[in-house]
Design a protein around this ligand. Sequence first.
Ligand SMILES: NC(=O)c1ccc[n+]([C@@H]2O[C@H](COP(=O)([O-])OP(=O)(O)OC[C@H]3O[C@@H](n4cnc5c(N)ncnc54)[C@H](OP(=O)(O)O)[C@@H]3O)[C@@H](O)[C@H]2O)c1
Length: 335
Amino acid sequence: MSRLILTAVGGDLTDTVSLTETPDLDLDPHDVLVDVDAAPINNADLLFTMGWFSAQPRLPQPLGAEGVGRVLRVGADVDEGLVGRRVLILPTFVHGTWTEQVVVPVSHVVPLSVGDAADTLQLAMLPVNPATAYALLHDYATLRPGDWIGLNLANSAVGHHVIALAKQAGIRTLAVVRREAAADQVRALGADAVIVDGADLGERIAAALGGERLRLALDGTTDPAQTAALVQSLEDGGTVVTFAAATGQAPSVPLGDLIYRGIVLRAFFILNWLRDTPREEIERVYGELAGLVEKGVLRAPVEATYPLKDYRAALEHASRAERSGKVLFVPRDQG
Ligand SMILES: NC(=O)c1ccc[n+]([C@@H]2O[C@H](COP(=O)([O-])OP(=O)(O)OC[C@H]3O[C@@H](n4cnc5c(N)ncnc54)[C@H](OP(=O)(O)O)[C@@H]3O)[C@@H](O)[C@H]2O)c1
């Protein structure tokens, strides 16, 4: 059984990640053994290898946060009925999904009820980004059909899911991206207004809204100029939710907006959402999102898949800017 492990924190991934052979895996009473079909490479995985994530690697650290697969065996205290079921593997940053097989506590898998035709790659990406988009739209404002929300990093997978889920609910989206090719992609997805970052961003956002206001702003760049431009059109007392910091800067809201207009700055983190959300609600949300994957409503573009043995190329590919989609491992593909 092959899996990818991290042997040192920080530095060049070609030196710190290696493919290892592991003997048969033992199961504790509450564990399940999952045969992994697909597992994406997310930005969080790359941050984790550098020691820049909330969880710290424990060397040698199996890598990969999320994925999808089928249950092969179950521990003594787990329902035998799970054997053969397709399951989502929720992120722990402990167990590692960039592997042919993984042992995880049953509390970290969610059985799927969708048909076998549901897209494996999309299901593999369900635990993190679609759930993030769902929570961003549900947990910070009461949104009604016709309301506007604004987001940047709009061509990211999170952005794709926010736009698709908002569209389903009749919520209008104002999407900011940093290049024209990304704008075309987001337009095709059905965003109601798409704006390329640049001079007079705040004025162009206001013009696109035609006098209306954003009810919620989702910030993934933490670029102070972009955040300020979204905030300029946010309703008084409205909330900005930081879900990523692509520029590496701490999020900030202009002081006048914070004090005089009561703008609220909050942040979202998927591991906290998974920790704090009751199990029944987690199963309900993933069930709903998996149904939308099956219908083709939720779909993040995929740029490439790799077998585990080509991990160096896969990690380099996932680290590139201006990709048109995500990069995933497909462990049983022998390449
Ligand atoms: N808070 C949470 O719990 C949570 C959950 C899920 C995801 N996230 C974060 O959300 C972000 C998006 O994740 P994803 O998987 O959806 O990403 P993705 O599909 O891989 O897309 C990456 C995005 O980042 C943009 N980008 C990269 N470097 C940038 C920079 N310096 N300035 C501005 N934009 C930049 C890219 O724009 P170009 O295409 O123009 O290069 C692209 O839109 C990641 O940072 C991820 O860690 C956070």
